[in-house]
Design a protein around this ligand. Structure first.
Ligand SMILES: Cc1cc2nc3c(=O)[nH]c(=O)nc-3n(C[C@H](O)[C@H](O)[C@H](O)COP(=O)(O)OP(=O)(O)OC[C@H]3O[C@@H](n4cnc5c(N)ncnc54)[C@H](O)[C@@H]3O)c2cc1C
Length: 431
């Protein structure tokens, strides 16, 4: 029997379906449920957070970089940070690595923070649920089918928020997109954390010195380190340092064979960087590998074609839009093939707007995307993908989805001034 003809074990109707529980999706679900919409969040792993808990430990994008940081993200993202602070599980690292103030946290606590806020808001969460198929009628998604241990689950949503990072739902629905087959996508990174580091000595090593030691190790041919500018930073955990060092290039993250190879290569590189740190950098002599990222970190995969496509020029000129739903001051940070990373900055203190139209697919009603799969060119994406902005986009998508579902209309029909007014009321910083 054709697998898709199999009877689902269950059918559910919801007002808002959020696919993917990363920074964008978890925030979208919280926002939609708080607006009173019956909201279902499906997530393929057994916890929320996406890259924020699978791979990383630092939120960027909350502040503009430079000597006078300005906070440009607010609302639900603030509550996440406050909850982390209540658990004594975050610290602010000023102006780190050129990306501005970073909010570094314990990702294990963040998993609990995300789900606690979501449950309190009334979100129904289904973990271990992978959305795999959609049915579309007259450019509108009618059903989303997910694979689960219980069998196929068929969901009939009024509005879908695609926060899968890879635009899985948009792609299945026939929304055009750009990905690795259309041009370069950023390198992938397996992160790792080290414990038993002598922090007193390790934190004396400047970024410049670390990079010189890497360059020296590479020049001697003693280590296979594909990236010369990897970073290492403190965490809220005593004696623990976190890294962002490995670099796996020329991978299409939506090709499962390439992604599988990338996982293996990422772990191989992680052990090589670990060896380098132990043998060549003061403070790491007795360090132990505390953990590898849950999966290799995917910076960029599918970017949809939306009703507007954010461009490199928009970013670098700090362009403002009538339909702003969030703003961003983060630099273009492009991890490409090669040993360095490309950084390009907005004028000091400037931000650009993220237009609502970047979340609306060109040819599909009842669907909003949020997070790193938004409509943007490669360079603009390299700026707008920070977690602060993904949360801000999720917040806007959740409010918009709830409004559209409750008013039995489409996200594109929402009066933008109403959406902006509501976003300001709940703490979003739009200008
Ligand atoms: C190595 C690396 C370093 C980075 N460094 C930083 C940093 O220091 N600070 C910063 O702010 N940003 C950083 N970024 C960027 C930032 O982390 C991401 O852009 C952001 O977290 C993306 O959030 P998202 O919610 O859009 O997507 P994701 O976090 O990718 O979330 C997508 C979610 O959807 C789930 N999912 C996917 N497909 C399906 C499906 N079909 N069905 C159900 N669930 C599905 C996934 O499991 C995941 O939980 C980094 C990214 C990488 C990869």
């Amino acid at each position: 029997m054709d697998i898709w003809q199999r009877k689902p074990y269950k059918e559910i109707e919801v007002e808002v379906l959020v696919v993917g529980g990363g920074a964008a999706g978890a925030t979208a679900a919280i926002a939609a449920a708080r607006e009173g919409a019956a909201t279902l969040l499906v997530e393929r792993y057994g916890f929320l957070g996406g890259i924020s808990t699978q791979v990383l430990d630092t939120f960027y994008g909350f502040y503009t970089p430079g000597s006078h940081p300005r906070k440009v993200v607010g609302g639900i993202p603030d509550e996440i940070v406050e909850a982390l602070a209540q658990h004594d599980s975050m610290l602010i690292r000023p102006n780190t690595y050129g990306a501005g103030n970073g909010i570094t946290y314990n990702p294990e606590i963040l998993k609990v923070v995300w789900e606690t806020l979501a449950i309190r808001a009334g979100v129904k969460i289904l973990f271990h649920t992978l959305a795999v198929e959609v049915s579309v009628n007259r450019e509108r998604i009618e059903t989303v089918t997910a694979a689960t241990k219980s069998g196929f689950l068929r969901i009939r949503p009024r509005v879908v928020v695609d926060a899968s990072g890879d635009a899985d739902i948009a792609a299945l629905a026939g929304v055009p997109y750009e990905s690795a087959s259309h041009g370069p996508v950023q390198a992938l990174t397996t992160t790792f954390r080290l414990l038993n580091v002598d922090l007193q000595r390790a934190t004396q090593v400047t970024r410049k010195e670390l990079h010189e030691r890497m360059a020296q190790a590479i020049a001697e041919g003693a280590y296979d380190l594909p990236r010369k500018e990897g970073s290492v930073h403190i965490s809220p955990l005593p004696g623990v340092m976190a890294t962002n060092m490995t670099r796996v290039v020329e991978v299409d993250p939506t090709d499962i064979e390439q992604l599988s190879q990338a996982e293996i290569e990422g772990r191989r590189q992680a052990l090589e960087y670990f060896r380098f740190l132990r043998e060549r950098v003061p403070g790491y002599e007795r360090a132990c590998l505390a953990g590898l990222s849950v999966q290799i970190g995917v910076r960029e995969s599918r970017r949809i074609w939306g009703r507007y496509r954010l461009t490199r020029e928009d970013v670098l000129n700090g362009r403002k839009f009538e339909d702003a739903i969030a703003q961003c001051g983060a630099p273009i940070e492009e991890h490409h093939a090669g040993k360095d990373t490309r950084w390009e900055y907005l004028p000091e203190g400037e931000t650009y707007h993220i237009p609502y139209r970047c979340l609306l697919p060109a040819n599909c009603e009842g669907l909003i995307v949020a997070g790193r799969c938004l409509s943007a060119d490669h360079d603009a994406h390299a700026s707008v993908r920070s977690m602060g902005q993904c949360m801000a986009m999720g917040q806007a998508a959740g409010v918009a989805a709830a409004w559209a579902a409750q008013h039995k209309t489409t996200p594109a029909e929402i009066p933008i001034s109403r959406l902006q007014e509501r976003l300001r009321q709940i703490g979003a910083i739009l200008d």
